[in-house]
Design a binder for this molecule. Structure first.
Ligand code: ADP
Ligand code: MG
Length: 237
């Protein structure tokens, strides 16, 4: 498993007590496959991504990324692991207004200082082509549509060739057709680049493109696109 979230519980402080955002959650995602996490607002979907991204440390349980157990890693080790192994696509593309599409991608990897800039530029252009923006490389965010900005956001998350791709509600600001196109794109990228992809969505209409769907309900995960329905259980005798 390229991504394994194993028996994770996460609580937040809540008045005098604690709110359980994730309740003994287990999720494994093989390389080259995409799992959708459906479920209502407030059910814990973003918390799951934050834990998988090693941005938040769970109360218990462990997260294994590309074979590496992240439990007990220092902040610096986690940050290096994120840089090298994890691509994160947040709900709203935080693009820098003054940079072109290609520069948004280059600046990311530039910070880690590992490649000569000509090679970076080449890679940025290749990725923009892969997300259908070959002819938009020199546009700034205000010259792109919402859907195009989200594609730049996705391409940027792939700059460091991550093993794990975490995507939070990428279609929430898009109309149905553009949303479906972004999901198809993510499915294609997942296969081509062999990422273990987790896609959070509260919209069940796009789920045809994914390999597996799980549903979050009050911090608990269940298999399938519908929450476990207590009414469906056999009536007690
Ligand atoms: P979703 O992404 O499914 O909408 P979240 O993971 O954002 O759900 O939130 C799950 C629960 O945890 C909600 O009740 C939310 O209010 C709470 N929560 C999320 N983040 C925090 C935080 N940083 N501090 C306290 N409570 C939080
Ligand atoms: Mg959320």
């Amino acid at each position: 498993m390229t991504l394994l979230v194993d028996d994770v519980t996460l609580t937040y402080p809540d008045g005098d007590g604690r709110l359980t955002a994730l309740d003994r959650v287990r999720l494994d995602v093989p390389a080259g496959s995409m799992t959708a996490v459906a479920g209502p607002s407030g059910s814990g979907k973003s918390s799951l991504l934050a834990v998988a991204a090693t941005l938040v440390t769970p109360d218990s349980g462990r997260v294994v990324v590309a074979g590496r157990d992240t439990t007990g890693l220092s902040a610096a080790e986690k940050s290096a692991l994120r840089r090298d192994r994890i691509g994160i696509v947040f709900q709203h593309p935080n693009l820098l207004p003054s940079l072109t599409a290609a520069e948004q991608l280059q600046v990311m990897t530039h910070l880690s200082g590992r490649r000569p800039s000509r090679q970076l530029r080449r890679r940025a252009l290749d990725l923009l082509a892969a997300v259908g923006l070959a002819d938009k490389a020199d546009r700034r965010p205000h010259q792109l549509s919402g859907g195009q900005r989200q594609r730049v956001n996705i391409a940027r998350a792939l700059m460091n060739e991550p093993s794990v791709l975490l995507v939070d509600e990428p279609t929430s600001a898009l109309d149905h057709e553009r949303g479906a196109a972004v999901l198809d794109l993510l499915a294609t990228l997942t296969r081509e680049r062999s990422t273990a992809t987790v896609l959070v969505t509260h919209d069940r209409s796009h789920l045809a493109a994914v390999d597996r769907t799980v549903t979050m309900t009050d911090g608990r995960l269940s298999e399938g696109s519908r929450p476990a329905d207590p009414a469906a259980a056999p009536a007690p005798a």
